[in-house]
Design a protein around this ligand. Structure first.
Ligand code: LLP
Length: 463
């Protein structure tokens, strides 16, 4: 397992408290509302239900493995974020967490904006009717084609990530006779993950332009001189699965400092700052995420305070939550295939999916919870490791958990909080067919991304 491979920083998800799962929960049948989506409960027979539908019926109709997404919960979370930030701020959902045309329509209806980071995400957003001015384009190496498509479509902002890109976007915009609204992504020297953050003078990573050494100030200088660009603000994203607001505080302070420098040097007050995404969710009962209104208040207070101190008008704030919106809204449903007790160690429970539908455990040592979903049980708890059907031993879905000891092949088990970065990072390893995403709402279930077929696989293989 390679912790250093984490794209959002090397220290994410490895902050596992020692002995975390040493003790089973008092009652394994209880579903901790912290980790399950809002409409999940058990019916009178003990089966897990979502949106009023039982998992056995869902499994029958849609097969396993499958992701079941609680649409009401998704929409409620969108509303909670936009209500918390209010009309004076903007919430951009980070599409990389999970994007589909249905999701785009929900975002549109709930009044959110959308952050995309590739031509594919942009195409999905536009195809589903998201107004271009509500889309932001990200990426540390956007191709000229991607930039052209975004500028031509009229996206609301492009977040510039390098000196080359400043020139590239300006050139494309000018060629199309446009003036593109842009922000500059800066690296503020803060890396935040889960319960900790570190503030350093510089960051050894690929994103953004460093504040350190006057790099970001130079980027602003250049962007302000180019006709094709309308520089509207500064952007900072400091990490992922963050609970500790202190990292945002340092980041906001440093960004506001730059705004003050820009005002002093150019007489321009940039009107926007974006503080990125990265807010944490509960994967296990040990996690205590912040509510959107607490986050909004905390960020708003920091920015207002820092701006007052610098004599600046408070800029319009935006944020880009991905995981915090979609993560808790879905669970993955698996069927148990084999149950293998290893004397003195633990019991390995093999399911019909694995690292192809959830790479996060293998990639980041991420923690997940799991519950017996098709029924309840009063059997004693047993320590399990839920593993997939792929050909390697790192193919782990849930590393340490307890399930009832009468668990048997054919039982359905569900892993909550798999809405973010599971389907979007799914693969065809071992020619696995990527599972469907099924949206459930008010007693109705609807496939929003269908299951792949062998035909899909063979279509790409041109022989
Ligand atoms: N904005 C920017 C510029 C980002 O780079 C990201 C995530 C977000 C917003 C959304 O972050 P969120 O709120 O979802 O944490 N695959 C990893 C996460 C990578 C995040 C990359 N950037 C994982 O599964 O944990």
């Amino acid at each position: 397992m390679s912790r250093s491979a984490h794209p959002a920083g090397p220290r994410h998800a490895d902050v596992m408290s020692d002995g975390h799962y040493l003790a089973p929960a008092d009652d394994l049948n209880v579903l901790d509302q912290k980790v399950w989506s809002r409409t999940v409960t058990r019916d009178e027979h003990g089966a897990v239900t979502v949106g009023g539908l039982t998992v056995s019926r869902l499994a029958e109709e849609f097969g396993t493995p499958a992701y079941f997404l609680d649409e009401a919960d998704f929409r409620a979370r969108c509303r909670a974020w936009s209500d918390a930030f209010g009309p004076g701020a903007d919430v951009f959902y980070a599409g990389k967490a999970f994007l589909s045309r249905a999701v785009v329509r929900w975002l549109k209806e709930e009044g959110l904006n959308l952050d995309v980071c590739s031509a594919g995400e942009l195409a999905t957003a536009l195809d589903a009717g998201m107004p271009a001015e509500r889309i932001a384009l990200h990426g540390n190496n956007k191709s000229v084609e991607e930039i052209e498509r975004a500028v031509a479509a009229g996206v609301g902002r492009i977040v510039l990530d390098s000196f080359q890109e400043i020139v590239r976007v300006a050139h494309v915009a000018q060629g199309l006779g446009k003036r593109q609204r842009v922000q500059i992504r800066v690296t503020v020297g803060v890396e935040a993950h889960t319960h900790e953050f570190i503030a350093t003078a510089h960051e050894d990573q690929k994103f953004g332009i460093a504040l350190a050494g006057g790099q970001a100030a130079e980027a602003v200088r250049r962007a302000l001189t180019l006709d094709g660009l309308e520089l509207v603000g500064i952007h900072s994203h400091i990490g992922s699965q963050i609970f500790d607001m202190a990292g945002f505080e340092v980041s906001a302070r440093r960004v506001v400092q730059l705004l003050a420098e820009v005002r002093d040097e150019h007489g321009v007050e940039l009107p926007e700052i974006d503080l990125g995404g990265g807010l944490g969710i509960a994967y296990t009962s040990d996690d205590d995420p912040r509510e959107p209104h607490e986050i909004a208040k905390s960020l708003g207070d920091i920015v207002t305070r820092e701006c007052e101190a610098a004599g600046l008008a408070t800029p319009r704030i935006s944020v880009e939550p991905g995981r915090a919106i979609v993560g808790p809204t879905a669970f993955t449903l698996y069927e148990v295939g084999t149950v293998k007790p290893l004397e003195g160690l633990r019991t390995y429970v093999s399911v019909d999916g694995g690292m192809s539908d959830n790479i996060r455990t293998a990639l980041y040592d991420a923690e997940y919870s799991v519950a017996l979903a098709s029924r309840t049980s009063d059997a004693e708890p047993m320590l399990v490791r839920v593993v997939g059907k792929h050909c390697e031993s790192g193919d782990i879905v849930v590393k340490d958990a307890y399930l009832p000891s009468d668990l048997a092949p054919g039982d359905l088990i569900a892993v909550p909080a798999t809405g973010a970065y599971c389907r979007s990072m799914a693969s065809n390893y071992n020619h696995a067919l990527r599972p469907p995403v099924v949206a459930v709402r008010d007693g109705e279930a609807r496939v929003i991304v269908r299951r792949e077929t062998e035909e899909d696989l063979l279509r790409l293989d041109v022989g």
